[in-house]
Design a protein around this ligand. Structure first.
Ligand SMILES: Cc1ncc(COP(=O)(O)O)c(C=O)c1O
Length: 449
């Protein structure tokens, strides 16, 4: 106990956290161990990891196989540059595997170490592509309100949550945000899929198609509150992108690697993107790795680029052999154990369970696809007035009952009520799925009492 207090004191004195806020860290959760879908803290209390860490521990905790692969690879070759002119076997093997698993039109991958870096790379690849095609003015990126694409400068500028901008503005120029396909809160009577796709087209026309490089979209918006688009949205968006010669970037940092019940989520709607950003689930979080999958068309342009227009984009750890070796084994585990199909099945169980909470008057919306679900809280069902505040309390109530979950806080953007987000590991057994549902029920009741 003493040791934990010393650790917390040192944390408060010397560690700056993501989304740092000193008061939040007065009594931090000190996580020391994990197994399967559970983690435990320094006091030995066990929790269901209801968000898979940060939506990333797809294969679950405690996979010693991944630790062994990392150790073997480190002993053999800890690092080698993958800059043009050199390569290493794990990077090549993982690239080959991912191309086979991803969309039919996928041809190659550029590796990064995180989601934001994947999106930065995707924006640059889009600009590069159009410059090679003799369209140097196609530089703008259209994204959607409520999107989360990471918080490096360009990724933050595409992120559609004002709370992430406030203390870091101005955003980068050439980033435009439009309405999201948000069925629960779509204004008017129109069909939200067609309407939200139309909003993208209007933005392209307003900016001028000759200035727009790409549209970026999460297949299911994650941090923005697990917003699942109508089935009409992505097919319409693909057509709009084709009509105006704009690349479609799908940000699958959360939705990739089985989370929604498909390896990659645009598969639900039969749509193929030009670029796919990924990270998180590729290694189930055992090591940092991300990347951008590129289509045959974009890859062909890269392959043919002349020396004076070469791809001057890079990162020291692109194609890191240890991260790639772990990524490859993780993907093999997901395949071997049928975790993608499992996510679809357990996702249905979770969603059906959460639907049963609609008898609570403050539950406004219940939504999800595969093992990513959310419950949006409202003050009044008829007017859908957002409920802001109790979500955070529900998170604390759930913690006391042995469940870790996160909210998309309404305070960050008052147009949406607090939304409780759930995304447990893909291997989570049925009993834990059911336990999550009953803890969420108790926690919402306790938080709004
Ligand atoms: C959809 C999406 N894109 C990008 C990111 C940023 O990833 P990272 O935090 O690894 O930079 C996230 C992180 O949650 C995400 O959910």
């Amino acid at each position: 106990m003493e040791a934990v207090q010393t650790l917390i004191k040192a944390d408060q004195e010397h560690l700056i956290h993501p989304l740092h806020f000193a008061k939040d860290n007065e009594r931090p959760l000190v996580v020391v161990g994990s197994q399967g879908e559970k983690i435990h803290d320094a006091e030995g209390k066990e929790y269901i990891d209801g968000l898979s860490g940060l939506w990333n521990i797809n294969a679950g905790h405690g996979r010693t196989e991944l630790a062994d692969v990392a150790a073997e690879q480190m002993k053999q070759l800890a690092f080698a540059s993958a800059y043009s002119g050199a390569t290493n076997p794990p990077a090549v093997r993982l690239a080959d595997k991912l191309v086979k698993l991803a969309y039919p039109n996928t041809s190659a991958v550029y590796f990064t170490t995180a989601g934001a870096e994947s999106n930065e790379s995707a924006f640059k690849i889009a600009r590069f592509f159009w410059k090679l095609r003799g369209k140097p003015n196609k530089v703008k990126v259209i994204s959607r309100i409520h999107a989360y694409h990471g918080v490096t400068m360009a990724a933050m500028s595409a992120t559609g949550m004002a709370s992430y901008h406030k203390m870091f503005a101005p955003l980068m120029p050439n980033f435009i945000q439009v309405a999201a396909p948000y069925p629960y809160r779509w204004p008017g009577n129109g069909e939200p899929g067609a309407g939200a796709a139309e909003a993208v087209e209007q933005a392209i026309l307003k900016e001028g198609a000759d200035t727009v490089a790409a549209v970026i979209a999460e297949p299911v918006m994650g941090a923005g509150g697990v917003i699942v688009p109508p089935a009409t949205y992505f097919p319409a968006l693909r057509q709009i992108c084709d009509r105006h010669n704009v690349l479609l970037i799908t940000d699958e940092v959360i939705t990739g690697f089985g989370r929604t019940g498909k390896w990659f989520a645009l598969g639900h709607w039969g749509v193929e993107p030009d670029l796919t950003s990924f990270a998180k689930g590729v290694t189930s979080a055992y090591l940092p790795l991300g990347g951008v999958l590129v289509s045959k068309r974009v890859h062909a342009a890269l392959q043919e680029a002349p020396a004076d227009q070469r791809f001057m984009h890079a990162a020291t750890y692109s194609g890191h052999p240890v991260c790639c070796a772990v990524g490859l084994r993780n993907v093999e585990i997901i395949e071997r154990e049928g975790l993608v199909e499992r996510a679809a099945m357990m996702g249905r169980r979770l969603l059906v369970g959460l639907e049963s909470l609609r008898d609570l008057p403050m539950v406004g919306d219940v939504r999800g696809l595969g093992l990513m679900c959310a419950i949006e809280l409202v003050e009044d069902r008829a007017t859908k007035k957002p409920m802001i505040g109790p979500g955070g309390k529900a998170v604390r109530e759930a913690m006391q009952r042995g469940l870790l979950m996160r909210i998309r806080a309404g305070a960050a953007d008052p147009a949406i009520g607090d939304s409780i987000c759930l995304a447990p590991p893909l291997m989570t057994p049925a009993e834990s799925i059911d336990r999550i549902v009953s803890i969420v029920r108790e926690s919402i009741i306790a938080a709004t009492r």
